[in-house]
Ligand binder design. Structure first.
Ligand code: XIL
Length: 331
């Protein structure tokens, strides 16, 4: 095989057959040509960081705003990229007019069914996966369903309903349950139990999204390998949906050692994806360190992505490339 010395992640991902994706700020994409060029150069899959969430689209009863969502869908088509949807239901993205509108449970259920049919139907044929429900499991001991607007309004079987509604609207798209700390530990057991129960009840679910928001120092361990294997044994796909590896900076630039550790984490995760046939993709939560949500949400932490603030590849980028390259050469 003839390989160029400086293949991009996208070129390697295409050859290795592992989708590599990125979360896009669609508002920025519509205004910043360089940002768009970087996305199309390095990645073959994209997801909107915020613009497919209900609070962004669902503006009122029968009032939907698809301007930015459509913009990303058309960008993905234009650049031959896969499109993934995030997310139909999330307790952090309940439109205020709906939450505070005094609606009955019956009207909320019927409006939500309509919403899901409309949104999923609109991207039918292009969308490859939808996160149907995001973060429905609580962090409390026992990890029961989180106490949310949706649980209150729709009852304990609400996941059954929303997955079915999404499936009605697009029988081809892969439907995911997505959560944080779903990689290992108590939350991963709760996710496993939840998706097993959904499958036993005949609910159309096809995958588990593991957000993979890691702290620097994270390394692949046996528990994580066992967890993805048991998800695959259920016949489900899984995916690293929101990967970032945050570093403790406290206002200082990252050290060489921190960057090297971060590269180990990214390399491990890529190897995990490549060694498991059920892995449907590896996505990063932001294009570069300049666009990450981390500094805004976790004070003192930052620089969690493979491209630095000036879009220069970091050691983490090389680690992902190296892992993909090994796969390509071995094939
Ligand atoms: C975050 C976005 O990155 C922020 O811009 C927004 O203000 C809040 O949401 N888990 C998820 C994502 O599933 O939707 C979140 O995205 C990050 C945590």
């Amino acid at each position: 095989m003839n390989l160029k010395a400086d293949l991009t992640l996208r070129e390697l991902a295409d050859t290795a057959g592992l989708p590599i994706g990125v979360a896009v700020n669609v508002d920025r994409l519509s205004k910043d040509a360089e940002y768009g060029n970087v996305i199309a150069k390095h990645f073959n899959m994209c997801v909107a960081e915020n613009q497919f969430k209900p609070a962004a689209i669902w503006k009122g009863e029968d009032k939907y705003d698809f301007v930015l969502a459509d913009y990303l869908a058309s960008f993905a088509r234009q650049h031959g990229m896969l499109l993934r949807g995030h997310t139909l239901l999330w307790h952090e993205s309940v439109p205020a007019w709906l939450r505070d509108g005094g609606y009955s449970s019956e009207s909320v259920a019927s409006m939500l069914r309509e919403y899901i049919h409309c949104v999923v139907g609109r991207y039918r044929g292009q969308m490859v996966q939808w996160d149907v429900v995001n973060e429905a499991i609580s962090d409390e001991p026992g990890n029961h369903l989180r106490d949310t607007f949706w649980l209150k309004m729709l009852g304990p079987n609400y996941l059954h309903k929303v997955f079915e509604w999404a499936h009605e609207a697009d029988p081809e798209v892969s439907l995911y349950y997505n959560d944080y700390e779903a990689e290992a530990g108590p939350k991963s057991d709760a996710v496993y139990n939840l998706v097993s129960e959904l499958l036993r009840s005949g609910v159309p679910i096809h995958g588990v999204g593991m957000q993979c928001h890691f702290e620097n120092g994270w390394r692949l361990n046996q528990e994580t390998v066992d967890n993805v294997s048991r998800i695959e044994a259920l016949g489900l796909q899984w995916q690293a949906t929101e990967t970032d590896v945050r570093m403790w900076l406290d206002g200082q630039p990252a050290t060489t050692e921190q960057l090297a550790n971060q590269a180990l984490a990214y390399g491990d995760l890529t190897n995990l994806c490549l060694s498991h046939p059920g892995c449907a993709g590896l996505l990063f939560w932001g294009v570069s360190d300049a666009h990450s949500w981390i500094p805004g949400f976790r004070k003192g932490w930052g620089a969690p992505l493979p491209l630095d603030e000036a879009y220069r590849p970091k050691p983490a980028y090389s680690a992902v490339s190296q892992s993909l390259l090994s796969r390509v050469i071995a094939a």
